[in-house]
Design a protein around this ligand. Sequence first.
Ligand code: UD1
Ligand code: UDP
Length: 374
Amino acid sequence: MKEPLRILTILGARPQFIKAAAVSRAVQTLNSRSETPLIQETLVHTGQHYDENMSDIFFQEMEIPAPTYYLAVGSGEHGAQTGRMLEKIEQVLLQQRPDLCLVYGDTNTTLAGALAAVKQHIPTAHIEAGLRSYDPQMPEEINRLIADHICRFRFCPTRTAVENLKKEGIESGVYLTGDVMYDCLLYYRQKIQDRQSLILSQFGLQREAYFLATLHRAENTENPQRLAQIFEGLRRIAESVGPVLLPLHPRTAAALQRSNLPVPPQIQLIEPVSYLTMLVLEQNARAVLTDSGGVQKEAYFLRIPCLTFRDRTEWPETVRDGWNILVDADPHRIAQTAASLQRPQSEPKTAEYGDGSASIKILQILLEQFRPGV
Ligand code: UD1
Ligand code: UDP
């Protein structure tokens, strides 16, 4: 009998909880198909996100196993936050000596997790590898570049991601598996059907009669001019096209407070919501307005038009056939595009993100590498 593969999952920010939920569920599925557990997963939460509605709510709702380690790193400048994480993650690694570490996406938690693990010579897998914006100013771009270059396993959600790595000379340890966020959406989409009308009425919304917005990228929130322009675009939509609902990321809440920007009442600001609530709000919106990577994709998966407050995207598949329009921070373009929005003729090509089994594929590849023949 072989020992289970000991995986240490390092996470800490909202989108990582969602991605890890899919993979943790796949761990349970694979274990349930075997007489003895194939994988033993331990979670390390860095504490990068810590508000109840930025963290705990996802663990509860998505039944993510409770983290064994909570590092309480909290917020801070990049160097300070990443440095605290590195030090604390290293202690966990020295204590646990896992067979393998898993890191997700492109946050400071990703960078610290990958760096700490690789320095301890622990094989590490990067899930959502190969994405590029080619904007070196983006903190996420630096994080993902480094993670991709130092990790042994690179699990790519799309063919574009594989190509991006190839351009940087990375061809070994690269696997096209599909997107774990697509797995997650397919799994939870069935579970929201009976909640739709309750959630819509909770926020006083009618189907397809509102716009759902999210905003949190540093390039938008930390630049007062861009922040004001995006809010001007939202104001114009809210006043002449339809109401806007905006679950407010704490970074944006802080930026709004600093800037004293007036927010008109037609823009309904609410606290960040849970994943299932978010899916309901996305699925019933007339369109989604966002700068979030995950939200752009979910809109595409759900066949909801999306306007993105950026001049580029790591998810070019969503833009190609007109479902996602890059409106940058131009108030005129934002409002005009929302007012004249048509549903594209062709259906989204969701197969480019896999078939909903990316998480299982990733684990099977890792088991083949570490436990051949099980
Ligand atoms: C981080 C990621 C970003 C990701 C986003 C997902 C980095 C560099 N950025 O950005 O890639 O898209 O998470 O949401 O890792 N705050 C709270 N409570 C919390 C969390 C944050 O109040 O629970 C506030 C703090 O004022 C903090 C600010 O939000 O300074 C920013 O948080 P931080 O984790 O540094 O970056 P995000 O903008 O969340
Ligand atoms: N999300 C959520 N509640 C919210 C806003 C977003 O559950 O109030 C989910 C969203 O559905 C997606 C993920 O968070 O699954 C995206 O994370 P975020 O926008 O924070 O980061 P990004 O994807 O840009 O890194």
